[in-house]
Design a protein around this ligand. Structure first.
Ligand code: EPZ
Length: 419
């Protein structure tokens, strides 16, 4: 398994081109199953997760072509309505093929995704929404077997709590349902509005995406279309936090600070200078240590859970003590003991972590069990004295495009060590 070797202590200077958002790309790709015409997506990041979903879509019958960030998907005929365990287990977003297959073909058999390192992550809300739209759902030997022989019907769906996946999955099914679907307490993440934009470009009628109430008027069919995936706000935030930890100045191109929601305010409060310039989002940090800032993870526009680990790495070298409360996933502090191996002073009590900043972290061999936690170790490694070896790089390859190349271009001493 590849590793990343980092020699820390160098400030970052230069430009980083921010990629398209993984968590949007994976949902708009699933939309390709809703039409027999070609869907062209641009600004698609070259990531292991994108490749994995492309493989699953090909297995359902989509013809796929991917080069230079442009992904074309053409699901002229659906040749299989079954998504096997092996492909869904490796990546939860694969589960989103259930709604489109059901909407287009009237049936689907999709493996349940199971839990993962950050929490149990059930899909009960997804299934309740599909059932409310008239799907008959059975669970058998780890598979969801769903049928709607006469098509799905619009329904009023109130989510008991905000779920990004359930909101997106409901949209992906409701676009071809008979009648109107209204989702109340919908997630408002920018990726939801991006999915709606893509579906509307294919002929769907969705209003309100990005707000708490989304209304979807079902249509008989969708056509092909073109869509540019929005910038990755988590990658944007992660590079900003890297500058916060190392000092220096980066211009992040192809992105937008607004996408960061309240994380933008937290970063400014911590002492980063952040400005929109003609070239991109400029992030600047002088040699002084960041200020400790308390955060609570929340659905958008609150502080994103996907930036919590990276923020913890930043706070590990801040001046003062910061409290970090994780409210979205029950087990998302597994980076804390690894950061502690590098000299961070962190105590975890249930949903709360207290991080007492130290002037300097020390390099160490570390490993993480998920994508964002791995990125927090990279940030810590860039700021630390000496060498950090980050194991299990495959997590990073799932979600950060050309990570070491982007960092090397800004002066970081980071390289991949092949095993
Ligand atoms: C998406 O996951 C993202 N994944 C996650 O990013 C992100 O952390 C999360 O949204 C929150 O922003 C993708 O977009 C592929 P949820 P999702 O449904 O949709 C519970 C990353 O690192 N829940 O909003 O699965 C759930 O267990 C990943 O890129 C149910 O109980 O998140 C969690 O506690 C990690 N039942 C909470 O809701 C359900 O049916 C929010 O989950 C669905 C969710």
């Amino acid at each position: 398994m590849d590793k990343l070797a980092i020699i820390g202590g160098r400030p970052l200077y230069g430009e980083v081109a921010i990629s398209g958002a993984k968590n949007s790309a994976l949902k708009v790709m699933a939309a390709a199953l809703l039409t027999d015409e070609k869907l062209t997506l641009t600004n698609v990041p070259q990531l292991a997760d994108v490749d994995m979903l492309a493989r699953l879509l090909a297995q359902h019958g989509a013809q796929i072509d991917f080069s230079d960030g442009t992904l074309t998907l053409h699901a002229k005929d659906i040749i299989s309505t079954e998504a096997p365990y092996d492909l869904v287990r490796k990546m939860r977003a694969s589960f989103n093929v259930l709604g489109p297959l059901l909407a287009r073909e009237g049936k689907a058999k999709v493996s349940l995704p199971g839990g993962c390192a950050i929490g149990a992550r059930p899909v009960d809300l997804h299934l309740k929404a599909l059932a409310a739209m008239g799907a008959k759902i059975e669970l058998d030997e780890g598979y969801v077997i769903a049928e709607a022989p006469d098509g799905l019907k619009g329904a009023d769906i109130t989510l008991p709590f905000v779920s990004v996946g359930a909101t997106e999955h409901t949209m992906l099914a409701a676009v071809l349902a008979k009648g109107a679907t209204v989702i109340e307490n919908a997630a408002r993440e920018p990726e939801i509005a991006d999915l709606a934009k893509c579906l509307n470009a294919m002929g769907a009628k969705i209003e309100g995406a990005g707000r708490s109430t989304i209304r979807i008027e079902g249509v008989d069919r969708l056509h092909g279309g073109e869509h540019r995936v929005l910038p990755d706000r988590i990658e944007t935030g992660a590079y900003a936090m890297a500058v916060g930890a190392t000092g220096g100045e980066l211009t992040l191109t192809g992105t937008d600070g607004e996408l960061l929601g309240t994380a933008l305010a937290a970063l400014k409060e911590a002492g980063l200078e952040i400005d929109d310039t003609d070239k991109g989002l400029r992030i600047k940090k002088t040699d002084e240590r960041c200020k400790a800032v308390d955060i609570v993870t929340q659905p958008y526009p609150g502080f994103p859970t996907d930036l919590q680990a990276q923020f913890m790495a930043l706070m590990a070298t801040a001046n003062g003590a910061a409290t970090i409360k994780e409210t979205i996933f029950e087990n998302r502090f597994m980076h804390a003991p690894e950061l502690s191996r590098m000299g961070a002073k962190i105590s975890v009590d249930g949903q709360n972590a207290t991080v007492r900043g130290v002037p300097r972290l020390k390099g160490a061999p570390v490993m993480a069990t998920d994508l964002r936690a791995s990125m927090s170790l990279v940030i810590a490694g860039l700021a630390a004295e000496g060498q950090t070896m980050v194991n299990r790089v495959y997590h990073l390859d799932r979600g950060f495009e050309r990570l070491e190349e982007k960092l090397q271009n800004c002066g970081a001493l980071i390289e991949r060590v092949k095993d």
